[in-house]
Write a protein that binds this ligand. Structure first.
Ligand code: AHR
Length: 691
């Protein structure tokens, strides 16, 4: 074995101690200790420039990401269109009956209404409709909620009571403390449940014509809870039709039709540079008719028909429409990465390139104009009318999503036609292809990876040798898929290892984003396991993988520094058998030696700070000797941000949201050469100040 020339003064006492200990124990010659891993960083050289847009977000309507997630709406199935046959998620109170009615539409978009038969209504038992939200309606103390609905009465109707009602399931109720029984005495007890009105307002009179009604509902000093309902009821017998019944809590930056603040804050903390939207499969739909048809997602929400998100199997009201995506970008200072529908849907329907595709090409051009056009343009003017006169910045447009699934071979032609039309009008726009094309040279290719932690760790050099003269790379979807509903620490280790490779290659990899971003953790809400951020109606949490993303994104640097490693620790790994044509092959691929230590170094040019990321995916502490050349001085105190876990399966959850979170400490004893132990199962960001 080569002598380890990089062992330094401060390691020698340790090695001598080990030798003496070993000698005294057995009187046999000392065994050589594991060779020390050395990282040599050249701080005065530049291996690559870090792409300024490297870290971003990918989003689509999956796992109740918007409905029952980021989008603030608290009423589930607010337009009654989730099922054509019954009023899903709606109940009655006071002996009322409800039914869908296609004969009394609000308009062409909301083409059915809910008919309330309140003929049995009485003062003592008002009759009405109730909605329990997306797995609960979260209510907080001293908070104002905005309820709105369209209604019309058969004959002079009203007044209507609009109430937020706390509901206790008395079958499972355990009253253990005196406070519990004091609270419960305020409730109205009925068979199976007890209710208490927490906030209420009146609509005095109803018109015989459709009209919008709005009330503010303010809670008092109530305990935060999600076991609540919105109830709209009348004490006067009659028939009333309802359309678009909505309830909004306070939203992020108080935007009307806006987003849930806790989730927006989790995203803001990641400091993302871009948002890839609206999909994913959600862009394509199972059929052309169920694609994300952006023109039906703009304007007042009462004019949006909504659509069946059949890719992920639930209704979308399209409350999160094109302008809402753009506002989201604006709120978090992200640039939009707009994916336009490109004539292919998941079940194989596609539009032939040529005249058939022309309407879709025009739609894509109109969409780009809606985003970027000034108010003298048709679609720029429409955006201004919708509430946002200023154009949004746009640099990247993606044509389709995962078109390698299109077995018709039509993508080349579809891409070329849309590409040419975009370039003719917007020559500076960077056009992204979702799979290989021959007839045009895409500016950027979108690559997707969903893998195990070991697969990620074994492939961190994926882009090292990629031709720098070809298209740039956008890793538009990727994740280490271990853990559900959210990734565990082993997944975070795979992610972080993978990100060291993306960052090192970020002259080529201009952007990347984890997917999926969100999951509602309630039973039945998840269609795709392993999602970055989890939540229920009341609270939310970041997974270990979320914190890995956040640590990397918050500590980027501007240039990649060359790093040479000696004695990289490895382990043996048996890659799984490959699958061909849906069949698992019997021959196993050869064993691989996979590192257990991953690293990348960057430098913040303005401050001179060196940012070193080290991932120890192994189960033992790993001492690394660091040698930093090309700087006159390293300050003795820097910063260490460490995410670590006791076991790779450890994770965060809705009940244990902060089990694994980064810990920031002062890193002491730093100099141009020092040795630092990296804990087992850990991700570390070291910030070294230079002079
Ligand atoms: O991220 C989940 C899905 O994975 C996306 O919708 C799709 O693009 C990919 O296959």
């Amino acid at each position: 074995m080569k002598p380890n020339r990089s062992l330094t003064k401060n390691l020698r006492p340790l090695c001598l101690g080990m030798i003496l200990a070993s000698l005294s124990a057995s009187w046999s010659p000392a065994q050589p200790a594991n060779p020390v891993t050395v990282l040599k960083i050249s701080a005065d050289q530049v291996a690559a420039k870090v792409s300024p847009q490297l870290y971003g977000l990918m989003t689509e309507e999956i796992n109740y990401s918007y409905e029952g997630g980021l989008y603030g709406e608290l009423i589930r199935n607010r337009t009654f269109k989730a099922s054509p046959t019954n009023a899903l998620f709606w109940n009655t109170v006071g002996g009322a009956a409800i039914a869908l009615d296609t004969n009394q539409p609000l308009n062409a978009a909301l083409n059915l209404s809910l008919k309330l038969d309140a003929s049995k209504a009485a003062k003592k038992s008002p009759a009405g409709l109730a909605n329990g939200g997306f797995w609960g309606i979260p209510l907080r103390p001293n908070t104002t909620y905005h309820a709105s609905f369209y209604a019309k009465a058969k004959s002079s109707g009203g007044p209507l009571a609009v109430s937020l009602v706390s509901v206790l399931d008395t079958n499972n109720l355990k009253l253990s403390t005196p406070t519990d029984s004091k609270i419960s005495s305020a409730y109205e007890w009925k068979l199976g449940e007890a209710t208490l009105t927490l906030a209420s307002a009146q609509v005095p009179k109803l018109s015989k014509k459709w009209q919008k009604y709005e009330v503010a509902l303010t809670t008092g000093n109530v305990a935060p809870s999600k076991e609540n309902r919105l109830v709209i009821s009348t004490a006067k017998p009659g028939t009333i039709w309802f359309s678009q019944v909505s309830l909004f809590p306070p939203t992020f930056k108080n935007r009307a039709n806006g987003n849930r603040p806790d989730l927006m804050q989790l995203l803001a903390d990641m400091q993302p540079s871009f948002l890839r939207f609206p999909g994913g499969n959600y862009l394509e739909g199972n059929t052309i008719a169920t694609r994300f048809d952006w023109k039906k997602t703009i304007g007042d929400i009462s004019g949006r028909p909504g659509h069946m998100n059949d890719g992920w199997r639930y209704w979308s009201t399209d409350g999160m429409g094109l302008l809402e995506f753009l506002n989201w970008c604006e709120d978090l200072h992200m640039q939009p990465v707009l994916a336009v529908y490109a004539g292919y849907s998941l079940r194989g329907q596609y539009v032939k390139p040529g005249p058939d595709l022309e309407p879709y090409v025009q739609d894509a051009l109109d969409e780009i104009e809606y985003v970027t056009g000034d108010t003298s343009t048709k679609w720029g003017a429409r955006r201004a009318k919708d509430g946002h006169p200023a154009p949004f910045p746009l640099e990247y447009v993606e044509i389709g999503n995962e078109d390698w699934f299109d077995r018709s071979g039509s993508y080349d032609g579809r891409f070329a036609q849309i590409y040419d039309a975009i370039k003719a009008r917007h020559p500076k726009l960077q056009v992204i292809a979702t799979t290989k094309v021959a007839s045009r040279r895409p500016d950027v290719m979108d690559d997707h990876f969903y893998r195990s932690s070991m697969q990620m760790q074994s492939d961190t050099h994926h882009y090292d040798k990629t031709d720098r003269n070809g298209p740039k790379i956008f890793v538009g979807e990727w994740a280490t898929r271990e853990g559900a509903p959210t990734p565990n620490m082993n997944a975070a280790l795979g992610d972080a290892a993978w990100m060291t490779g993306l960052e090192r290659n970020s002259d080529l990899v201009v952007m990347h984003c984890y997917a999926p971003l969100f999951v509602n953790v309630n039973p039945g809400a998840m269609q795709w396991r392993t999602d970055l951020i989890g939540y229920d109606a009341m609270s939310s949490y970041g997974s270990p993988a979320y914190y890995a993303q956040k640590m990397f994104s918050q500590n980027r640097g501007d240039v990649v520094l060359p790093v040479v490693c000696e004695n990289l620790p490895t382990r043996d790994w048996q890659p799984p058998a490959s699958r061909r044509g849906g069949v698992t092959q019997t021959n196993l691929p050869p064993l691989q030696k996979v590192p257990t230590l991953f690293y990348n170094a960057t430098r913040d040019v303005k401050s001179g700070t060196i940012i070193l990321k080290v991932v120890n995916s192994g189960g033992t502490e790993q001492a690394v000797h660091l040698e930093i050349g090309g700087v006159s001085q390293i300050e003795p105190n820097g910063e260490a941000i460490v995410l670590s876990a006791g076991a790779p399966e450890d994770t965060n959850s809705i009940t244990e949201p902060n089990k694994i979170v980064p810990v920031t400490t002062t890193a002491e004893g730093l100099s141009a050469e020092f040795t630092r132990p990296f804990p087992p199962y850990s991700i570390t960001v070291l910030r070294l100040k230079t002079r």
